[in-house]
Ligand binder design. Structure first.
Ligand code: SRM
Ligand code: SF4
Length: 576
């Protein structure tokens, strides 16, 4: 397929050639998996296994010890299981729970894009792990890679009558935009391993053989909740109800993203913009056309500039709309009105319309382990409804029948899980990315440090009377932005071990980015500084004023003025 991007005079990024030559994502993965001389795979294969939901990693806690011992790194793999809309069955939960123990590091990680991750899978058990996942009717295909990733949706059926209809559309979009290559089945699932592939069966009608320039993320939001953080994604659909409360259609957003690199001002987080409106029956077609615009015009020469947010920023919304409409052959509608209240989860019990109830459980940073894991296994053994992963890394036990409720309630109480939901408003609205020890890109701790930091800040929260105040605090181990830190009222972004940039001023409902407040703070500096800010907020806030709005009103930061406001060397707005 000849595309305008290919006409670019700059040379294509090497990954483009790798994809083109990979025979629809096969490359040398098979040979690398069969190579027993090392616990990892080659760099080229590592780029391709991402499309299969598999990342080579190593246990970074063990690096220096292994180096001293003259051994190769402690190589492991992460496998990501996509769960469209975040909905899975108790039976599937049980399979994943078992696999986490038998093939992983004994934990299940709920990601903030409604997927599961296994960490610590060794190479020789990778294929078995993925086969078992597929036997449970889930998969890891396109959980990562330069394709449309797991499609997200607000998981709360009780919130809005629009949910069931929207979830069907989510599944249709996810299915339609899934890669078609047989490579996934050949490599991970079929009984006999084959290295070939039939080009006729492999044709990728939407992607072509070089797939997309970069990852592409789609979400569906159901107002008033913005739990999916719609403005952080490449493409968003915001459900709009008509006067009768029925699904009228969706406002469409394009061009959001979080990732940046420290001190590279040409990289920056960006909020998505509203492009137009479409009816429910038009969503799949609209999504496909928007994806093809990025396929054809995304930057394939520079992966740091290859996300759709840069295509939208460079070409402008009007150009994008014209191009999409040209491909559709019809015009998008005028955006409707919607209002978001917040980005958080509704914890605890909620009642459904048919006598069913739902329980949303706080799971700190989505790490299901120890007593929580044991309890959730027991619940999965008796639960007849489903499980829903939330976009904030938590878990909803949904559709609990009246007959099962006493048993599930007793299990939650008996294992102390109901008390997790009684944490402070700060903790309940905290989110950290994985970072160390598995993430190869981490510059600082995140998942292992944020809980500790919140515990220290909770002392101030209690003393200042802010215990029940929701304040969104997020941390990441690097500026790639996996924990969506640039949409947090208080955001910490790792710079180096023990050092973080601190960002303030995002909107509570996820509609405004934050701004750099202080660069490179040590953990020793963060604690008194943040405590002081919380104290000041308690004393000086206006009635109902959110922490992010307060940070701007009292001049701690200015609302973001552009890319420079995220980079320490260039930022001019860091407050006193
Ligand atoms: Fe992410 C790369 C973890 C959500 C932006 N992300 C990674 C990798 C795979 C590291 C790597 O490439 O080697 C991390 C694996 C760590 C580990 O050990 O497990 C990783 N990202 C995560 C998760 C698990 C964080 C979490 O704790 O929940 C999330 C998995 C979501 C999923 O199920 O698919 C996760 N990542 C995000 C988000 C948030 C979102 O999408 O809502 C973002 C920011 C939004 C965006 O995409 O702009 C995000 N991850 C990145 C980036 C920067 C991309 C960019 O445009 O610059 C990278 C690095 C890259 O792609 O080169 C990255
Ligand atoms: Fe790793 Fe950085 Fe993503 Fe955290 S933000 S998981 S450190 S890539």
């Amino acid at each position: 397929m000849s595309t305008p991007a290919e006409a670019d005079p700059k040379p294509l990024h090497k990954n483009e050639l790798l994809k083109a030559d990979s025979n629809f994502l096969r490359g040398h993965i098979l040979q690398d998996l069969q190579d027993t001389s090392t616990g990892t795979i080659s760099e080229d294969s590592a780029q391709l296994t991402k499309f299969h939901g598999v990342y080579p990693q190593d246990d970074r806690d063990l690096r220096s010890q292994r180096r001293k011992e003259g051994k190769e790194k402690a190589f492991i793999f992460m496998a990501r299981v996509r769960v469209p809309g975040g909905v899975c069955t108790p039976k599937q939960w049980l399979v994943l729970d078992t696999l986490a123990d038998s093939h992983g590091n004994g934990t299940l990680k709920i990601t903030n894009r409604q997927a599961f991750q296994f960490h610590g899978v060794i190479k020789s058990r990778l294929r078995e792990t993925i086969r078992e996942v597929n036997r449970a009717l889930l998969d890891t295909l396109a959980a990562c890679g330069d394709v449309v990733r797991n499609v997200m949706c607000n998981p709360n059926p009780h919130l809005s009558g629009l949910h069931a209809e929207t979830l069907d559309i989510v599944r249709a979009v996810g299915g339609h935009l899934s890669p078609r290559t047989r490579a996934y089945h050949e490599l991970w699932i079929d009984d006999t391993l084959v290295g070939g592939g039939d080009p006729a069966e492999d044709a990728e009608p939407i992607y072509g053989k070089t797939y997309l320039p970069r990852k592409f993320k789609i979400v569906f939001a159901i107002p008033p909740s913005n739990d999916v953080d719609v403005y952080a994604h490449d493409l968003g659909f915001i459900a709009i109800a008509d006067e009768d409360g029925k699904l009228a259609g969706f406002d469409i957003t394009v061009g959001g993203g979080m990732g940046m690199s420290h001190n590279q001002i040409e990289t920056y987080p960006r909020l998505a913009e509203v492009l137009g409106f479409c009816r429910p029956d038009q969503v799949v077609e609209v999504a496909e056309k928007i994806v093809t615009v990025q396929r054809d015009f995304g930057d394939r020469t520079d992966r740091k500039h290859a996300r759709f947010k840069y295509t939208v920023a460079d070409r402008g919304l009007v150009w994008i709309r014209n191009e999409v409409e040209k491909r559709l052959g019809w015009s998008l509608g005028t955006p409707r009105r919607f209002e978001f209240t917040d980005t958080g989860d509704r914890y605890g019990w909620t009642e459904g319309p048919n006598g069913d109830s739902h329980f949303t459980l706080f799971i700190e940073n989505g790490r299901v382990k120890d007593a929580t894991k044991v309890a959730l296994r027991k619940i999965a053994e008796v639960h007849t409804g489903d499980f829903r992963l939330t976009p904030n890394q938590h878990l909803m036990i949904a559709g609990i029948s009246p007959a099962k409720r006493p048993e599930i309630e007793a299990l939650l109480k008996g294992h102390g899980l109901d008390s997790a939901n009684r944490a402070s408003g700060l903790r309940l609205n905290s989110m950290a990315c994985v970072a160390l020890p598995t993430c190869g890109l981490a510059l600082a701790e995140s998942e292992r440090y944020l809980p500790e930091l919140v515990t220290l800040l909770d002392e101030e929260v209690e003393a200042a009377g802010l215990r029940d105040d929701a304040i969104v605090i997020r941390m990441t181990g690097c500026p790639n932005g996996c924990g969506r830190p640039f949409l947090a009222e208080i955001g910490f972004v790792g710079r180096s071990p023990g050092k973080y940039n601190m960002y303030l001023g995002a909107a509570f409902n996820g509609s405004r980015l934050n701004t750099l407040y202080k660069p490179s703070l040590t953990t020793a500096e963060i604690i008194p500084l943040t405590r002081g800010l919380l104290r000041r907020y308690a004393q000086e806030r206006l009635a109902g004023e959110r922490f992010g709005d307060f940070s701007i009103r009292v001049g701690l930061v200015m609302p973001t003025g552009g890319p420079a406001d995220f980079h320490s060397e260039q930022a001019g707005t860091a407050g006193a």
